[in-house]
Design a protein around this ligand. Structure first.
Ligand SMILES: Nc1nc2c(c(=O)[nH]1)N[C@H]1C(S)=C(S)[C@@H](COP(=O)(O)O)O[C@H]1N2
Ligand SMILES: [Mo]
Length: 392
C-alpha cells in the first residue's frame, strides 16, 4: 500500500529584499546603537567596580567613603542593564534583514564578511545571554548550575570585546547615519523603500520611552530611587517594608547555634583571645550609624544600625591599626560565611559589630546575635551571625 504523504509546505528563507520597511534603517540602528553602547559601557565599568569591591586582593583599598558609593554604582549597573533590554530588542529588529544579505563572491571578501558576521554573532548571542542572566539574577531565579558571578564577569569581556570590533567596523556608516536627519533615506538599504506604519521619529521616541520605563523598573529593584517600590516587579523582596532578608537563618542552618545560650563572639589576636556573649557586647559603649546594605542581586536599603565599633573589640586583644581582619560566621557551609576586612574598613569608626536595627534587637534572619555592618561595602560582605573575628 502506498501512503500519500502530505506535501511539505514550502517555507521560504527570507531574503534581504523581503524586508522593505524604511524603519529598518542605519539611521535608526545607529541612534539606538549609540545609547545601547552608553548603557553597556556604564554597566561594564560599574560591573568592574563591583568585582573589585568584592575581591579579597585590593592593591588600592576600595574606598569606605562616601558610604553610598557602592550602592550608587550597583544601582547604575542594574539600571543601565535593564534599560539595555528594550534598546537591544529594537536594534536587533532594525538590523535583522542584514542577516539575509547575500554573501560576496570573492574569497577575500567572503573571509572578511565571515569574520565580521562572526563577531556580530558573538556580540548578539553574548549580549542576549548577559542581559538575560543579569535580569534573572535580580529576580533571584537561578535556573542554572554555573556560578553567576564568574559567568557574568567573563561574558562581559567577550561582549565588550566584540562590541569594540563592531564599533570599529561600523564607524564610517554610523558617522554618516548620525550626521544626517533620522528621516534621510540616502544611507538606506536599496530595498528599504516602503514607508513604515509610523515615522522613524515615532519609533525612536517609543524606544526611548520603553528604555526609560525599563530603567525605572531596574532602578526601583535596585532601591536607588525612593517611592518607586511599587514598580519593583523584578525584585519582590524590595517591596516589603524595611530591609529585605537575603538568606534566612534556617536556609543556611544557623538557627540553633545563633539562638544558643552559649553563644560567644570570639576575638582572636595570635595567642590572645576574648569571648563576648551578646549581653557583654551590649554592655560595651555603643555607636549608631545609618549604613546601606547594597546586595549584588540588585536591591539596596538603608538601615540605622547600633552596635559595638569593631575597633573597640580589636583594641581589646591588642590588634594594631593597619591590619586586615577576618570575620567568620556561625554558618558552616555555603557562600558569604567568611569575609576579609581590609585595614581601612577594619579601622573605620563606623564599622560595627551590629546588635540592633532601627533600635530593635536584630532579628534572627538579619544576623542575630551579632552581624557585621561596614561603610560602603557590597551586601554580600556584611557577614551575619558573627562567630569569630581575627587579625590576619
Ligand atoms: N553568614 C552570612 N552572611 C551574609 C549572607 C549569608 O548568606 N550568610 N548573605 C549576605 C548577603 S548576599 C547580603 S545582601 C546581606 C543581606 O543582609 P540581610 O539579609 O540582613 O538584608 O547579608 C550578607 N551576609
Ligand atoms: Mo547579597
Amino acid at each position: 500500500m502506498r501512503v500519500q504523504l502530505p506535501a511539505r509546505p514550502h517555507v521560504p528563507v527570507p531574503r534581504e529584499e523581503s524586508f522593505s520597511s524604511r524603519l529598518r534603517s542605519a539611521a535608526v540602528a545607529a541612534r539606538i546603537g549609540l545609547w545601547l553602547g552608553v548603557c553597556f559601557g556604564v554597566a561594564f565599568v560599574t560591573g568592574l567596580v563591583s568585582h573589585y569591591a568584592q575581591s579579597t586582593h585590593q592593591p588600592v583599598p576600595f574606598p569606605n567613603d562616601p558610604v553610598w558609593l557602592y550602592r550608587v554604582t550597583q544601582g547604575l549597573h542594574v539600571t543601565t542593564g535593564t534599560a539595555a533590554i528594550p534598546l537591544l530588542l529594537v536594534k536587533l529588529w532594525a538590523v535583522y534583514p542584514k542577516l539575509f544579505a547575500p554573501l560576496p563572491r570573492r574569497l577575500r571578501e567572503i573571509v572578511l564578511v565571515g569574520l565580521e558576521r562572526g563577531s556580530i554573532a558573538v556580540l548578539v548571542a553574548g549580549s542576549i545571554l548577559e542581559l538575560a542572566i543579569g535580569l534573572m539574577n535580580v529576580a533571584q531565579w537561578y535556573a542554572w548550575d554555573f556560578s553567576f558571578k564568574r559567568v557574568h564577569y567573563a561574558l562581559a569581556f567577550v561582549v565588550i570585546g566584540a562590541l569594540m570590533i563592531h564599533i570599529a567596523v561600523k564607524l564610517p556608516i554610523t558617522r554618516e547615519a548620525l550626521g544626517g536627519d533620522v528621516e534621510d533615506t540616502e544611507a538606506d538599504r536599496p530595498q528599504a523603500v516602503r514607508p513604515g506604519a509610523f515615522s522613524r521619529r515615532t519609533l525612536l521616541r517609543t524606544t526611548w520611552g520603553a528604555a526609560l520605563l525599563a530603567a525605572l523598573v531596574g532602578s526601583s529593584a535596585a532601591g536607588t530611587i525612593r517611592g518607586l517600590d511599587r514598580l519593583a516587579v523584578l525584585s519582590p523582596r524590595s517591596r516589603r517594608s524595611g530591609i529585605p532578608i537575603n538568606r534566612t537563618a534556617s536556609q543556611v542552618g544557623v538557627a540553633a547555634s545563633a539562638m544558643s545560650g552559649s553563644y560567644r563572639c570570639e576575638v582572636v589576636h595570635g595567642e590572645k583571645a576574648a569571648g563576648f556573649s551578646r549581653a557583654e557586647l551590649l554592655a560595651l559603649p555603643q555607636a549608631t550609624h545609618v549604613l546601606p546594605i547594597a546586595c549584588v542581586e540588585g536591591w539596596s536599603a538603608n538601615g540605622t544600625w547600633t552596635g559595638v565599633p569593631l575597633r573597640t573589640l580589636l583594641d581589646h586583644v591588642g590588634i594594631p591599626r593597619g591590619r586586615n581582619v577576618q570575620v567568620h560566621s556561625l554558618q558552616e557551609r555555603g557562600a558569604d560565611r567568611v569575609t576579609v576586612l581590609p585595614a581601612n574598613v577594619a579601622d573605620d569608626e563606623r564599622t560595627l559589630v551590629a546588635l540592633l536595627l532601627d533600635g530593635q534587637p536584630l532579628s534572627l534572619d538579619h544576623g542575630y546575635p551579632a552581624r557585621l555592618m561596614a561603610p560602603d561595602r557590597p551586601g554580600t560582605l556584611q557577614t551575619k551571625w558573627i562567630s569569630r573575628i581575627e587579625a590576619l
